[in-house]
Design a protein around this ligand. Sequence first.
Ligand code: PLP
Length: 433
Amino acid sequence: MSHGPVSEQAPTREDEREDDEPRVHRPRRAAPADAVRPTRAEVNLANLRHNLRVVERAVGRTPPAPGRAAVGPEVWGVLKADAYGHGAPAIARTLERAGVAGICVALLEEGLELRSAGITLPIVVMGGYYGPQHRGLEEVVESDLMPVLYHSEQVERLARITRERRATRSGFHLKVDTGMGRLGVRAAGVDELLSEISATPELELVGLMSHLACADAPDPEPTLAQVALFERVRRDVAARGLAPRHCHLANSAAALAMPASRYDAVRPGIALYGVSPYAGATPFPVAEARASADELRPVMRVRTEIVALRDIPDGEAIGYGHTWVAKGTRTIATIPMGYADGLSRALSNKGSVLVRGQRAPIAGVVSMDLTAVDVTDVRGVALGDEVVVLGSQDGPLGSGAISAAELAALVGTIPWEIVTSISRRVPRFFRQP
Ligand SMILES: *Cc1c(COP(=O)(O)O)cnc(C)c1O
């Protein structure tokens, strides 16, 4: 994924300091067109490290230390979609320093972006699509990314590239479809593909993976069925004398809740960003998972400021379509953030924001660049006041928080879509308290 220079504000190695040194990042100012607007996403890297520890504790992981071997499954951070909108290079650097064993991305482009940012950790390209004739596998090998394969054409292509380019073998992970029904070799086809893999000396099967469809749902049965099928495939693989070092299956929901899904590595995404994977579910049956989820701290906070204030007389309508009509004289604040920034239009006349530590409702429709807020009841409201759209705020009138789960419920989506929707027009500021 490429960022325009104006939206990329990840700290470089030079301006990062030791983890325990308190400091607020002051990223280089972006191009004025971007930075003059007070709308920005603050990314709290200390909370990211905290969440990593929560996941490690939940899955029983103790990272290696001098004189002590690691215990438990490795934690591989999932950084697809620009680290769920948080800014992949900075997230990767922080996780690298905090000791994660690997990183997973969806796209080859995402892997390349992290390599050019200087990340040296193993990077698994989970999506497993490499363009026409799988030509992208060339770049995978060149950039030392870990390919995920599931089709014999991919196996042939990677073998050919390996023969042409280098003497050593190429490692890869095999993706099996155990019940998601999207990508991966179907269980019925595993045998044939394994025969081909065994007969291809250029390649080394270093990982076996699958993906869970229902791990965040209250009913564990579909997940247990997927785990059972994965286990069967794993045994078939072993029976052929193939010994992948990394078997991995668990997303955040499964990693926290289901020990049988953990294998050699877990692949949390949403939990690292401080959002419970069980948002949509009725209380998940596993009490420990719930407890871990409750410990997570949101990493992203989206804030802006009031850029205009006006009194609207009784009966006057505002916004596109005049969907909001003043009942009595109302005070309307305008914020420079709209649906093009990721503030969903579905929040029109529905969502709220935080001003001076107090809730204020969105008035009228969210437009592309601007949104109106009814601040009549916010005592002392003034131009320039901070407005929080996602995250917490302490102010003179109180304190509050708007979670990704709350926004997702209002919009009719999942928290994953809320955080990944904060668009590239919103600069990311990295805090390292
Ligand atoms: C996105 C993704 C994950 C992480 O899922 P979360 O629910 O965000 O933890 C893990 N594995 C694969 C294959 C994914 O695509």
